[in-house]
Design a protein. Structure first.
Length: 438
């Protein structure tokens, strides 16, 4: 397959002026040794707890002794940190990238022990259809061709007469009529379909699955942080069939996988117009469905700060785009990328705290407010070099937002699946369990 990929949070950038993005200042990266030392300290505390001093003394005595210590199988308490659940601020969902293998997808769901939210694929223009097999090129004909970038099959889905499925070797190609003289090409090798794998396994695991909707490419010139809506009719035409397919396959809701700052400014109307079109399409197919949006915040003093009042108006604007669906808004807390700070951080680089933002948002509508916890730390100056966080830091983020939100959604920037590499966060101990994102 030529393109397989999701749109991720790490594609977004803060805004300044009339929406123009500014690159984030590089943050000092912690060394691998420092990370390892931190993780070891956390592990020692978690494993041994109040008996740490006793354990160290025993280890020293063993080292001094010349007689070999008796061989003994370690007990679970010696090899694994104790399971400790927090009382408030539990994770209700996690962003994750499902696999095409059901067993792998299920293992991720079991480890998360939350509902699942997927990122979205892109619909992108195809420069040359000649890269496809001859029978696919013939089926495209004179129509404008686009490609959907995540593996997808149409097994069991009723398509229109204008749609075609072509098998070439081990790859199934969908030539999906999207109106406006456009077709969207989907590919599935050996039956691969990431989102269908999730809906299948989520049903078996009693976990809710929120599927990321397709998004257009971003503009390639000018305001490159805004979507290219020149082929919006094609995106919408494909979305109708996409939503129909995954609704039939058991999706519990959808995620609008295009990002914007939490502001009501007209500059971002190309994004909110996309949101409004998508919710109308969703409601036509599955009335009252749950739709999730996850905007970002900017509280740094050297950027164009989003004030709490502006964020509140932006939240109100997003809530008004439902068209019959139930909009849930889960702002990214910004701590993991350094765009915000907690009040306890006493950061001089930030003029607005996370608590300031969520206090203002809670006053607008507490019932549809969640928080996306960024489970990473700034480092290296680029999305690909975010560094791991610690359980203690994530607990601080949860504590800061818990009084204001209905629940937290986990997002780990550095890995394709959320919350899996932080001791006992997302591994069942500090997750609410499936069925709680509502």
């Amino acid at each position: 397959m030529k393109l397989t990929g999701y749109t991720h949070h790490h594609k977004r950038m803060p805004f300044s002026g009339e929406g123009a993005p500014l690159s984030k200042k590089p943050q000092p990266a912690r060394t691998p040794a420092a990370n390892l030392r931190t993780l070891l300290i956390i592990l020692i505390i978690a494993v041994v707890g109040t008996g740490t001093a006793v354990g160290i003394n025993q280890l020293n005595e063993t080292e001094k002794s010349t007689a070999p210590a008796p061989t003994q199988a370690p007990s679970p308490s010696q090899t694994e940190p104790p399971v400790v659940c927090r009382a408030e601020g539990e994770f209700v969902a996690g962003f994750m990238s499902p696999q095409t293998d059901d067993q792998q997808t299920q293992s991720i769901l079991e480890a998360m022990n939350t509902d699942a939210v997927t990122f979205g694929g892109r619909i992108v223009p195809i420069d040359s259809a000649e890269e496809y097999p001859a029978e696919v090129v013939e089926a495209i004909g004179q129509r404008d061709a686009y490609e959907y970038t995540v593996a997808m099959n149409w097994d069991g889905i009723n398509l229109t007469e204008q749609d075609q499925i072509i098998q070439a070797g081990d790859t199934s190609y969908g030539i999906i009529d999207a109106g406006d003289n456009g077709v969207v090409i989907t590919e599935s090798q050996d039956g691969a379909d990431h989102f269908h794998s999730l809906t299948r396994t989520a049903t078996q695991h009693n976990t809710q699955a929120f599927i990321g909707l397709p998004v257009p490419q971003m503009r390639d010139s000018g305001e490159t942080w805004l979507p290219d809506n020149s082929y919006a009719d094609v995106v919408d035409g494909f979305t109708k069939k996409f939503v129909t397919a995954y609704h039939q396959r058991g999706a519990d809701g959808f995620y609008l996988a295009m990002e914007m700052p939490l502001t009501p400014e007209d500059h971002w109307n190309p994004v909110t117009d996309y949101y409004s079109r998508q919710t109308q399409l969703i409601n036509d197919i599955t009335p009252g469905a749950t739709v999730l949006i996850s905007p970002y915040l900017e509280g740094r003093t050297d950027r164009q700060v989003i004030s709490p009042e502006t964020a509140a108006r932006g939240y109100q604007k997003l809530l008004g785009l439902g068209n019959g669906t139930r909009i849930l808004v889960s702002p990214q807390d910004g701590v993991g990328v350094g765009t915000t700070a907690l009040a306890a951080d006493e950061s001089e680089a930030h003029s607005v705290t996370v608590e300031d933002y969520f206090t203002a948002l809670h006053e607008v509508d507490p019932e549809r407010l969640y928080v996306t916890i960024e489970a990473m730390t700034p480092g290296g100056g680029s999305p690909d070099t975010r560094e791991p966080t610690t359980r203690d830091r994530v607990e601080e983020q949860l504590d800061a937002t818990e009084p204001y939100v209905q629940g937290a959604i986990g997002f780990q920037w550095a890995e394709p699946n959320s919350m899996l590499h932080i001791d006992h966060i997302g591994a069942g101990a500090c997750a609410a369990g499936p069925g709680h994102l509502e």
